[in-house]
Design a protein around this ligand. Structure first.
Ligand SMILES: NC(=O)C1=CN([C@@H]2O[C@H](COP(=O)(O)OP(=O)(O)OC[C@H]3O[C@@H](n4cnc5c(N)ncnc54)[C@H](O)[C@@H]3O)[C@@H](O)[C@H]2O)C=CC1
Ligand SMILES: O=C(CO)COP(=O)(O)O
Length: 311
């Protein structure tokens, strides 16, 4: 990467998040060449001039795009992954999925934090984390991509950052259920606090650091997503509490809702590693139709009593 301030960015995905990032960064003088599924096949030269590739597709898009780009990646051009979820088939984070297809020398970075696209599109301020094992690169991109409405911090815990950003969507679904059932402020706070502990089990279990849990990608995004009707995952939970089937709830939202598949992936990871993830497990029971939302809440309240340190 040269010393120019304006970067040549290739953007994969022009959904709500991709459009928002494109608007922010083009407004800061970066040049954006973007591709979205609706444009048709990936142009073979999309990455040719790029200094940075930004991936803002939903989890479902990573594998097909990774397959198409494998073998065509310009040497060592970094990828900034902005997706939030755990892949259900491979129980993998977004960068773990990308890594399967990209040359080992391609540096990977993660962007995650309390970043409801609708608010950023309105010009409202927010902060986020740029995470990478490559501290030099993260610091360089922090400087170039931070702007008047999106302030970037760095950390060197990409796995923890991704797990936090993925699992908060499950907790947002659970909070939507709780609020949809009118269980009150105490219930929501209790749920989110225990939800944070549960995110910590997965985060530390996969090698992330506890400090990330309490940072922007963890507690920060949990607070934003699990308390705002701008969040699709939270709205999805509200619809479940109303008695809608999951498929109908997704249809009404009409955009990506990563929480449901991530909940099932988290339960898959829990089975593999022997972890206890009670909130994720109850969200999955509701999704599978094996419990009504009220029964899931009751099951959480009736668990054996334990120390706060245990999940
Ligand atoms: N909307 C938001 O506020 C934020 C979203 N995110 C994350 O960014 C990711 C994208 O979210 P949104 O843009 O909001 O969703 P969206 O539903 O508005 O757009 C999804 C994008 O992914 C692409 N896509 C989906 N399946 C694909 C496939 N099989 N092949 C190729 N492309 C495919 C779509 O064409 C579209 O560009 C999600 O993982 C989400 O959790 C992260 C931060 C904020
Ligand atoms: O990740 C987000 C905000 O940080 C977006 O949340 P939703 O996908 O629930 O809308």
């Amino acid at each position: 990467m040269g010393l120019r301030l304006g970067l040549r960015i290739a953007l994969l995905g022009r959904g709500a998040w991709g459009e928002t990032l494109a608007a922010l960064w083009s407004g800061q003088g970066h040049s954006i060449r973007s591709w979205s599924r609706r444009d048709g096949p990936l142009p073979p030269d999309l990455l040719a001039e790029a200094e940075l590739v930004v991936a803002a597709v939903s989890m479902a898009g990573i594998e097909p795009i990774g397959l198409q780009l494998a073998g065509h990646w310009p040497d060592a051009i970094p990828l900034l992954s902005c997706s939030k979820g755990i892949d259900l088939d491979r129980l993998a984070t977004p960068t773990q999925l990308w890594r399967r297809h990209l040359p080992p020398q391609v540096p990977l970075l993660v962007l995650s934090g309390p970043n409801l696209a609708t608010e950023l599109r309105r010009g409202l301020p927010a902060a986020s984390v740029l995470s990478s094992d490559r501290a030099d690169l993260a610091a360089d991109l922090q400087l170039r991509l931070s702007g008047p409405s999106l302030r970037l911090y760095t950390n060197d815990d990409p796995v923890g950052t991704e797990v936090a950003g993925a699992l908060k969507n499950v907790m947002a679904v659970a909070a939507g259920i709780s609020d949809g059932l009118s269980l009150g402020a105490n219930a929501r706070a209790s749920l989110l606090c225990r939800g944070l502990a549960e995110i910590g089990v997965v985060l530390e279990g996969l090698g992330g650091r506890c400090s990330t849990l309490y940072g922007l990608a963890g507690l920060g995004d949990l607070l934003a997503t699990a308390t705002s009707e701008l969040s699709r995952n939270y709205r999805f939970g509200l619809f479940l509490a109303e008695g809608l089937e999951p498929a109908e709830a997704e249809r009404r939202i009409g955009a990506t809702v990563e929480g449901p598949r991530t909940a099932r992936a988290a339960v898959g990871l829990a089975q593999r590693h022997g972890w206890s993830l009670p909130i994720c497990a109850q969200v999955v029971r509701v999704l599978q139709g094996s419990a009504l939302p009220r029964e899931a809440v009751q099951a959480l309240m009736e668990r054996d009593l334990r120390s706060e340190r245990q999940p």
